[in-house]
Design a protein around this ligand. Sequence first.
Ligand code: PBG
Length: 332
Amino acid sequence: MSQDFRQHLRQRPRRTRQSAALRGLVRETSLSPSDLIWPIFVRDGAGMEEPVTSMPGVARLSVDRAVLAARQAADLGIPAICLFPYTDPALKTEACEEAWNPDNLSNRAIRAIKQAVPDIAVMTDIALDPYNANGHDGIVRDGVIVNDETVAALVRMALAQADAGADILGPSDMMDGRIGAIRDALEAAHHHDVTIMSYSAKYASAFYGPFRDAVGASGALKGDKKTYQMDPANAEEALRMIARDLEEGADMVMVKPGMPYLDIVHRVKEAFGVPTYAYQVSGEYAMLTGAAAQGWLDHDKVMIESLMAFKRAGADGILTYFAVEAAKLLRG
Ligand code: PBG
């Protein structure tokens, strides 16, 4: 019986797993530095690298250091860097005016990087939280995050970033109508070639905690973001948000967080076939690096495995705090 079984076992999938060479031949997914977007935190000052406690290995960089970081990323083949400002609490107001100051930290960083490292694409964040006394992504009136007034502010913010030379605008605020409003304003201002990567399916997630520490928004935030970010229970709604943002003029779409939402990444890519990105967020990074620091996980292996999983699910690229480490490893 067992003899017969062996004779008739025509399919042995292990044949193509037996060596690195065979495994390489049948590999369905590839991961390279060109798939990565590196989010960095910028702060005031010069020569500064201030570690973010809840994100081991990540620091807030002064603009001069951010320029060096951009050079390093470009040299490693990373196509884009994404800037998040740590704003002086004294500059945070109810109306969030600092958000569209042409000389705010973020806009100064865009200019400095584009001047020194023109070959890297600079992506920005469009949302009011770094500038808001309330810590919310939108303007707050009597406890309500007001939509249309926020969109008007986001448009000003977007134009200031485009004027500073940003290549990719990243609206992460989840207000209604912001993509169309920003796109119309860009066209009217002759910024025809500025791209928009919309945070279309952005969930109200607890995985953003370390990020809010990094940008100094944790202290300011009152309440939660559930009236604008999506319910983690919803998938059909994500598809509607993607359709809407494409209709309104987004060039690329994003799903966020990443690893707990790979089903969404997959469905989005299948349904729309458009450039689709996933954000491996701060809490995911903290989980992996925290466990690795304890010796409970192999840092490099979980890093690469997690990034490969995004590609396998259908992502065209990944925003990840591991970008530089991963690119170094991938270049071997
Ligand atoms: C803010 C913004 C957040 C992130 C990117 N842009 C946090 C939030 O929505 O509260 C999260 C990124 C991360 O956790 O790594 N608009």
